[in-house]
Ligand binder design. Sequence first.
Ligand SMILES: Nc1ncnc2c1ncn2[C@@H]1O[C@H](COP(=O)(O)OP(=O)(O)OP(=O)(O)O)[C@@H](O)[C@H]1O
Length: 585
Amino acid sequence: MKELQHLNKYFLKYKTHLILGVIITIIARIFLLFTPRYVKQIFVVIENYMDSEVTKTALKSELTEVILFIIGAAVVGALLTFFMRQTIINVSRYIEFDLKNEVYEQYQRLSLNFYKKNRTGDLMNRITEDVGRVRMYVGPALMYSINTITLFVIVIIYMVNASPKLTLYTIVPLPILSVIIYKLSKEIHKRSTIVQEYLSQLSTFTQESFSGIYVIKAYGIEPQTSANFRTLAKESKEKQISLANVQAWFFPMMILLIGTSNLMVVYIGGMQYINSEIESVGTIAEFIIYVNMLTWPVATVGWVTSIVQQAEASQKRINEFLKIEPEIKNTSTTEPHVDGNISFNNVYFTYDDTNIQALKCVSFNINEGETLAILGKTGSGKSTILDLIGRLYDIDQGSITIGGTHINNHHLTSLRESIGYVPQDAFLFSDSIKNNIKFGKQDATDEDVIEAAKNAQVHKNIIKFNKGYDTVLGERGITLSGGQKQRVSIARAIIKSPKILLFDDCLSAVDTETEEKILKTLNKISKGKTSIIVSHRVSSAKNADKIIVLDDGKVVQEGNHESLINVEGYYQNLYLKQLSETTEK
Ligand SMILES: Nc1ncnc2c1ncn2[C@@H]1O[C@H](COP(=O)(O)OP(=O)(O)OP(=O)(O)O)[C@@H](O)[C@H]1O
């Protein structure tokens, strides 16, 4: 239960609801417990009539009175049971909501390295399955425990009052029932976890097949994919059947044990009545109702124990994850002004997970309002430089300053707010084009969105869609071409009008003519801002104030277009190659 103590703060938050729920549960049980006593009363009244102690009219009026009481108690009991669920189950939903938010906020705080080390499926599980299991502890387990305790205490008092001997015989099978249900619940849990794993494997498999359907069709490997799916589905079916086999035992066991208890009541109660140890047959009827009332709560003891164990394991996983500190921490309490002067001084950086040293002694300066172009072979470290400016990773050695302030002394939020970043893979959300562009500036007006789209040279494409800017993208909507995606992604970055603009090879999928137009407008709108353009094309770099060429994480060339085309090296080769390609066309 140690791990579940994390939830105490939530119990405290909703204490009023919880206390009310507990009180309502107790009162509801008391009302429901009137029924067996009134049923006994019916037998007593009839017995009295048979013994000619009361008249037929008196019998009728007494029976009517008792029946009305039974109906009244049942109605009040049912109403209170409704409110019991409304309070306690609702609290469990509130706590589930709070916990999901807490987990999600932690996801947002954690650095990129965390995401590389954990599989998406595991991360999803924590926020859905684990939180769901914890909710079962907060809601049903708590409610059934209060229910069982109240019912047990009151019923046992009533039973002992009526006949201690009969009580003893009737409750003997109940602990056995509890233990059996506990063992069954554990086995069910074990098997359903395996079933869940298979289900998630199946959904990952199908999801990947749908996403990669182009590749599957292009290679004509549909039969092979279907065969793989069938094998996985067959294994999943076998696990489901094995789960169903255990689940099938649940109710027969319950029926068997309830039946045994009922038999005991009838047999022992009957003997006691014959020996005049109990005054009325009504006591037997009363006991039969008690036994039936007790079996479900007693069975839930086993079930609840297993729920609590599962919740404990899930909360442990959640707690371990909540304790993780983000590797990139905001240490600044002030918010130093972020301007566009960026300077890298002998920066070394190694990726933790692959141990690849992506940058080796990289130094360069860029002043506010200037444009820097970074070129170099694939894997030479260009994107890494952009990631470091956004402080997505901390460097190993050297320093990075922005506006003269060490990057670590900048407030993380204001630093990132000052940057407009266009990644290499333009990621767009399954939402409208308008919202995808506004993502960069939530309070942007429609006019701002249109202007940004115009500057990114994508406005004309958007208005050709039937729904224009309201066209939905992604799984629920249309698919944009690679170049259109890149331009929407550029519009998203420039709408913010940030101090620093980072373009990571984001014009690779547009033709050179559109590239020219975009670069021209970018040049216009980035006046006074610092821009860094990563590219494989000389055409993207030639107008930059400064160009650096990277090779294997090192700066091997530095200058501007005019100076670099005149020295032998990567830039000149690239320039000549691309020049001959354009003249050949
Ligand atoms: N997230 C990462 N985790 C581990 N290693 C990485 C990661 N990103 C890049 N690397 C490695 O770091 C090196 C530099 O990669 P980077 O993406 O900066 O190169 P790049 O010059 O931008 O390449 P490209 O032109 O192909 O985009 C490569 O060897 C790459 O494999």
